[in-house]
Design a protein around this ligand. Structure first.
Ligand code: F6R
Length: 247
């Protein structure tokens, strides 16, 4: 492993503050940064902190651009379970970002393959991602890159793993409502970002973090690829780090 910096938080809120400080620093050093963003439970607190920082004049998104990791196939941007909706609600509507500079795959794209190519093209034209925020699935997925026989490099349509469907059903009325497929950025775009900020909270993530950083590097546990990244910042709380060896 090249470099792993660990910011250990006492709890979820502390982790969120530490992770928000990294994004704030990124935007201070480079106001026109391209931020790769994530959804799910892990970043909600972090987005709350960023919204508060903005209100207090401590962070400026006016020149920032964002590209999200993923989006469910078949959900429209105004569906309250879509990731575009999530981003609008949790971050974009609360800070001074220009919505025209925010990118999320279009869940309703008529031609999914074309949408994947379009998304990679957007990332390339933006000059790549400067800082990529990610969470981790209990099965080791990053973005929606699920365990597989190889690491998918480009944006693609992924069939969600059974485990992911079961974990994510908490957001839907029933398990049958969880979309079975999603667009996801590939491992290539994630690994190309000069900084990867991984956030994780709670004891249910402890095993995944241990496997990611101390297990074998294998596409059967996609997050393990981060062992090959030069600059990973792991912001996690005590519980998520409970299976890490003492350092
Ligand atoms: C979300 C994403 C996923 C989540 C992961 C953890 O955009 O790409 O990889 O980061 O499933 O989800 P939470 O944070 O809900 O535990």
């Amino acid at each position: 492993m090249n470099k792993l910096r660990i910011y250990k938080g006492a709890d979820y809120n502390d982790m969120s503050r530490k992770a928000a400080a990294v994004i704030q620093a990124q935007l201070t050093v480079k106001p026109e940064s391209v931020l790769g963003l994530a959804t799910g439970s892990s970043p909600v607190g972090l987005y709350d902190v960023l919204a508060k920082m903005y209100k207090d004049g401590e962070v400026d998104f006016s020149c920032a651009k964002t590209v999200n990791l993923d989006e469910y196939l078949g959900l429209s941007p105004d569906n309250d379970q879509s990731y575009r909706y999530f981003m609008q609600k949790n971050l974009f509507s609360r800070v001074n970002i220009d919505i025209a500079n925010t990118y999320v795959p279009n869940g309703l794209a008529a031609d999914p393959d074309e949408e994947c190519a379009r998304y990679d093209d957007i990332i390339e034209k933006l000059g790549g991602v400067d800082l990529q925020l990610i969470g981790i699935g209990v099965n080791g997925h990053i973005g929606f890159n699920e365990p597989a026989d190889s690491f998918p490099v480009k944006t693609h349509v992924e069939a969600l793993a059974e485990k992911t469907i079961n974990v994510n059903k908490r957001f839907f009325k029933s398990v049958d409502d969880v979309p079975r497929k999603a667009f996801t950025m590939g491992i290539g775009a994630i690994m190309s970002a000069p900084v990867v900020l991984l956030i994780a909270s709670g004891k249910e993530k402890a095993q995944a973090l241990k496997e990611a950083f101390f297990g074998p590097v294998t596409p059967h546990f996609p997050a393990s690829v981060l062992q090959f990244h030069r600059n990973v910042i792991l912001a996690a709380d005590k519980e998520a780090l409970s299976l890490f060896p003492d350092r």
